[in-house]
Write a protein that binds this ligand. Structure first.
Ligand SMILES: [Zn+2]
Ligand SMILES: [Zn+2]
Length: 408
């Protein structure tokens, strides 16, 4: 079978860091860590596993972070290479181990791609898995069964989903009802990230909420708030007109693309005033009750911290890495609650039920069949055209891209 393989090496990393801006082939061309090639079809590791043929597999911000070497090296001990990339997927089960009762051959499933204690066959789960936080598993640096790897796509012993077949442990599977179309099912992984982030700091009814970002994760946060039916006012700050439009389609109240509009919205918030410091940008008294930063850059973090009201809630959904010049003043001066979020949980709590993020998402999608999520899929490519997919993802303004899927 064929698959997209990522072979991180220090010389490739150093060359791309030094010359990649001028020579993008160092990121995704022949000399890069990426290649599309023949690999061995995986076998079921034990009778608790299934084999899956992907229908669609998504290209994610975290994949782009790895390809463009933007991910912090702090996470390298929890990955192993070469790896077959990809972790966002909907596919058909093609083979089932004898211990698997949960699904049948031919069934359509999505997977929770985190390689946790249960997946590794560890008898006594680590403290993170014990709490239902499988995506924060303490065994990510590797066990006897599989080497280092937090997630499918970045583990050399388990193929990711940018391939014609991959294997998944039965605990990773979530069957998808027929009413959910393939393209929406393909968005389950990022949608779960947004849903988990919202459930970590749930906005209250009537609050003013700001969502920063024009990438997929921002839309998943908007979608989560709307699918949960939380009646709050959503302001979406993005850069480009098509990004604003997509937010409005999903039920944003105010879509804005520049700081002038942002200031106008700020000054309409309850008892909010603007003030000019001796040097630097405008500062505010008052502001948004809650901010979701879905970018994680210096500029977005700066906005998140300065636009939240006193004791406001700031949730970091974007994958912030090393930030050199961040002003922390408002965190203490406004007693902000800044919360990091990552992936999803097996034990979310919503309206009294304890449920995994993905299973709650199935319920929410079945309850809201007309919610316009398919519009978020702006491009489809075949695996062999992965370079075109990467370019369409990185040149947002030209391609007006949001979510790019590989059709396999
Ligand atoms: Zn992802
Ligand atoms: Zn664990």
């Amino acid at each position: 079978m064929k698959a997209i393989v990522y072979n991180f090496t220090v010389p490739k990393y150093v060359a791309a860091k030094a010359f990649g801006k001028r020579l993008p082939s160092l990121y995704y061309g022949k000399p890069s860590a990426l290649s599309f090639k023949k690999v061995k079809e995986p076998k079921l590791p034990t009778e608790d596993w299934v084999k899956i043929k992907p229908i669609y597999s998504g290209l994610c911000g975290s994949d782009m972070g790895a390809i463009f070497y933007k991910t912090s090296p702090a996470l390298t001990p929890f990955n192993s290479f070469p790896s077959i990339m990809g972790h966002e997927v909907v596919g058909y089960v093609t083979e089932v181990g004898v211990n698997v009762q949960e699904v049948k051959v031919g069934q359509r499933v999505i997977v929770d791609p985190y390689i946790n204690c249960e997946v590794r066959g560890v008898n006594k789960p680590c403290p993170a898995c014990e709490q239902g936080l499988q995506s924060l598993c303490r065994n990510k640096s590797g066990t006897k069964v599989f080497g280092a790897g937090m997630i499918l796509g970045f583990c050399s012993e388990l193929p990711g989903t940018w391939s014609e077949a991959f294997v998944a442990h039965k605990s990773m599977l979530v069957p998808i009802p027929d009413a959910i179309p393939d393209k929406v099912a393909a968005l389950f992984e990022p949608l779960s990230v947004g849903l988990h982030a919202v459930l970590r700091q749930v906005p209250k009814e009537g609050e003013n909420v700001l969502i920063i970002g024009g990438g997929m994760i921002a839309y998943t946060v908007i979608a989560a708030i709307r699918l949960l039916g939380i009646n709050c006012t959503l302001t979406h700050l993005s850069l480009l007109e098509y990004q604003k439009k997509a937010g409005i389609e999903l039920g944003v109240d105010n879509g804005i693309t520049n700081t002038k509009e942002l200031k106008q919205i700020m000054l309409q918030l309850p008892q909010t005033t603007s003030h000019k410091p001796l040097v630097g940008e405008q500062v505010y008294i008052g502001g948004f009750d809650a901010v979701y930063d879905c970018i994680g850059s210096e500029a977005s973090l700066d906005q998140s911290l300065s636009l939240a009201r006193e004791r406001g809630k700031v949730t970091l959904v974007g994958c912030a890495g090393e930030i050199k010049n961040l002003d922390w003043t408002f965190i203490w001066a406004n007693e902000l609650s800044v919360l990091g979020t990552h992936a999803y949980s097996k034990k979310e709590v919503w309206q009294g039920q304890e449920i995994s993020t993905q299973k709650l998402l199935v319920q929410l999608l079945l309850n809201n069949p007309d919610y316009p999520l398919e519009q978020l899929v702006t491009h489809e490519f075949r695996l062999k055209d992965y370079r075109k997919a990467i370019i369409a993802n990185s040149e947002r303004e030209k391609y007006e891209s949001i979510k790019i899927l590989f059709r396999i």
